[in-house]
Design a protein around this ligand. Structure first.
Ligand code: UT7
Length: 328
């Protein structure tokens, strides 16, 4: 079609959580912490922890199936799978290929992206570029993690903060009229990385160094400080790129690390807090899974509706950060 541009439309979403929910009170029996400290400093009240047999790929597969059902698209019609994860089932091959096999959609492209908590934004932007470039027509973009397996359960400064889970979206390449402001699809996105801050948030192991999986280490206060500045910056960039004001946004679906980061970022941008989707209280920080998990919850409970303008944003280890704006 002439006079049109190709966009990636979000056709459906799905999510999956492990069976076992762990409250702050339960954690307080294992490490020197309290429900009061965790709630006051983070907003977290509970998280889901993967049990035996629950893996990153099994949670990802379940979330992907639910997203395909919601989209009304068959697994056989998917020709691109990108799985954002920092906790893959194996060092290689990519867990995306395990999901591909589980779903029975062989052929096409499948790979993992490692950008930790901003992994879903990296995956979404990469999928969007591949769809717009004609490399694929229908994509599954998944964020899935089992961070409980890389936590130091003796370190109260980190083990209370994270949870496990998965979220997925189905994207489809469509042709839209560029002058139609209500046309669906991803409108703009921006990604960033700054490798100078490796020591503030990292895992102290890996195949090429220790030959162990390692444990998560974080200087939380430092990460917090960078997060608010970086997120406010990239959100402004995406708004400028899209030519949209902050008032036009219907919903913000942020990475869920800490309620105080969500509040501080919203304040910096003069965003009304009621437009921010919050799941950190019941999911904790699920790294790459948090954005699609939060999106799916808000779609299924009827808050996010077809036609809404939705901003996605995340910041994590690397540091990496990014944001994307879509009409859903
Ligand atoms: O998703 C990737 C990005 N990650 C993030 O965005 C995380 C960003 N950082 C944060 O969310 C916050 O910095 C934390 C929640 C990690 C920590 O909150 P904070 O207000 O920055 O606390 P803090 O690290 O400065 O620690 C304050 C006090 C310390 O005690 P002292 O030294 O003041 O005596 C800690 O030892 O709180 C103590 N503390 C705890 N106390 C009870 C740390 N963890 C705990 C705990 N229970 N679980």
């Amino acid at each position: 079609m002439s006079g049109t541009v190709r966009r990636s439309a979000i056709r459906g979403s799905g999510s999956a959580l492990p069976e076992h929910k762990v409250t702050n009170a339960e954690l307080a029996t294992r490490v020197d912490t309290t429900d009061e400290w965790i709630v006051e400093r983070t907003g977290i009240r509970a998280r889901y922890i993967a049990g035996e047999g629950e893996t990153t790929s099994s949670l990802a597969t379940l979330a992907a199936r639910r997203a395909l059902d919601a989209a009304g698209i068959a697994a056989a019609d998917i020709d691109l799978i990108i799985l954002a994860t920092a906790t893959p089932d194996q060092t290689f091959p990519a867990s995306a290929t395990i999901v591909q096999h589980n779903l029975g959609c062989n052929g096409g492209i499948a790979f993992d992206i490692a950008a930790v908590c901003s992994g879903f934004l990296y995956a979404l932007t990469t999928a969007d570029a591949l769809l717009r470039g004609g490399n694929a027509r229908r994509a599954l973009v998944i964020g899935a993690e089992t961070f409980s397996r890389i936590l130091d359960w003796e370190d109260r400064t980190t083990c209370v903060l994270f949870g496990d889970g998965a979220g997925a979206m189905v994207l489809e390449a469509i042709d839209v009229d560029p002058s139609d402001v209500n046309a669906p699809g991803i409108i703009a996105s921006r990604l960033h990385a700054d490798g100078a801050h490796n020591d503030l948030l990292y895992v102290d192991g890996g195949p090429s160094t220790t030959q162990t999986v390692g444990k998560l280490r974080m200087k939380g206060r430092e990460v917090f400080r960078h997060a608010v500045v970086n997120l406010a910056g990239v959100l402004e960039e995406v708004l400028t790129e899209a030519g949209v004001t902050v008032e036009a946004i219907d919903w913000v679906v942020p990475h869920q690390a800490n309620m105080r980061i969500l509040d501080a970022t919203a304040r910096k941008l003069s965003l009304p807090p009621e437009k921010v989707i919050v799941t950190v209280d019941h999911h904790a920080n699920t790294s790459a899974a948090s954005v699609p998990l939060a999106y799916d919850e808000a779609v299924r409970d009827g808050r996010i509706k077809s036609g809404d303008l939705v901003m996605f944003e995340a910041m994590g280890g690397g540091f990496t950060w990014g944001a994307a704006l879509a009409r859903v």
